[in-house]
Design a protein around this ligand. Structure first.
Ligand code: BTN
Length: 329
């Protein structure tokens, strides 16, 4: 662990208290000048700290491997964790070293500068106020239907967030709190030729962003847990997610039943029973049609009934975007 990560971990451990430079110097047997240099670096990384007269404190809890590990009782999810200060994308980072990483490895970053969303969109992850994490799976079954894993991850995430708030799922991958998107999931597969090397489940959570961190445009659809219910601990959410994900995933692999997590997706759905615009992102004119959302079927598809001709269709997540009458929901 680098000195910077060690100091950040200590500040996190002391949150919300301020820590003096001399305490840091004593704690890690270094001189105050070195402490000053590291704190300068932390400030230039845009981490959420307040520095005043040789005292420093965090504005909110930040990602910490030790804080996650101390809460984990899983057998493989999160058993290996890697934490980066700033990388383009945790999903891409795993892709580049997929062969060398173990199943269940969790890659985290305080900040991503080229975060990716579904349908080729960008995902913004400002430093220290968001969770950017990717989980690597290496299933023995090469033919596993990994499109269902986004639904499984959504069910695990909603369950993990329950300690803070009630969340809903906007199929296929958005997590909603009080009508605003607070988290998103991007599941990708990495192949060598036709061999499935791994499945990467990327999760971004707007944990401690302030209202002012969102652009006027983004504010209309995006929110954060802090805005809704005050400061949250990202490590607690990650540990709870890892536990729930491992439980659901293991059950699924042994029983081949998807209903135990799909039932949760259905009961937490922000869409089922309501009318929405369905946008076919693959059609040249981004064709819009209104439909009543009926359910999620056993393969994770969204079953909709179009209002113009009463026909029923099962939508797959790679093609469609769903919009409400007046915008996002
Ligand atoms: C979406 O809502 O469209 C999905 C957003 C997924 C964002 C996460 S953040 C961690 C991981 N790395 C990425 O580049 N994307 C995912």
């Amino acid at each position: 662990m680098s000195l910077k990560e060690t100091i950040l971990d200590y500040l996190n451990h002391c949150f919300p208290a301020s820590v003096s430079y001399s305490e840091l110097a004593n704690q890690f047997s270094i001189d105050c000048q070195t402490v000053e240099q590291v704190i300068k670096e932390i400030v230039s990384d845009n981490m959420p700290v307040i520095v005043q007269s040789q005292f420093v404190r965090l504005i909110n809890p930040i990602l910490s491997r030790s804080a996650i590990n101390s809460r984990l009782t899983t057998s493989f999810v999160g058993r290996a964790t890697l934490l980066h200060q700033s990388i383009p994308s945790t999903n891409d980072w795993i892709k580049h070293q997929v062969k060398d990483l173990k199943e269940g490895t969790l890659v985290l970053a305080h900040q991503q500068y080229s975060g990716k969303g579904r349908l080729g969109r960008n995902w913004s992850s400002p430093a220290g106020k968001t969770v950017s994490m990717s989980l690597l799976l290496k299933p023995a079954d090469q033919l596993l239907d990994y499109s269902l894993l986004t639904q499984l991850a959504a069910a695990a995430l909603v369950s993990a967030l329950e300690i803070y708030c009630e969340a809903k799922i906007k199929w296929p991958n958005d997590i909603i709190v009080q009508n605003k998107k607070v988290a998103g999931i991007l599941t990708e597969a990495e192949y060598s030729g036709s061999f499935l090397e791994g499945i990467i489940i990327g999760i971004g959570i707007n944990t401690n962003l302030e209202e002012t961190d969102f652009s006027e445009e983004l504010k209309l659809k995006a929110g954060s847990l802090k805005v809704v219910r005050g400061t949250v601990d990202p490590n607690l959410i990650i540990a709870r997610f890892a536990e729930k994900f491992e439980q659901l995933y293991t059950e699924w692999l042994t029983t081949h039943q998807s209903n135990h997590f799909l039932d949760s997706c259905r009961s937490h759905s922000a869409l089922i029973g309501h009318t929405f615009w369905i946008i076919d992102t693959h059609s040249a004119d981004q064709n819009h049609r209104k439909a009543l959302i009926q359910t999620i079927n056993e393969t994770g598809g969204l079953v909709v009934k179009y209002l113009d001709n009463s026909e029923t269709e099962v939508l797959t997540s790679t093609h469609y975007s769903i919009r409400g009458e007046h915008g996002y929901l």
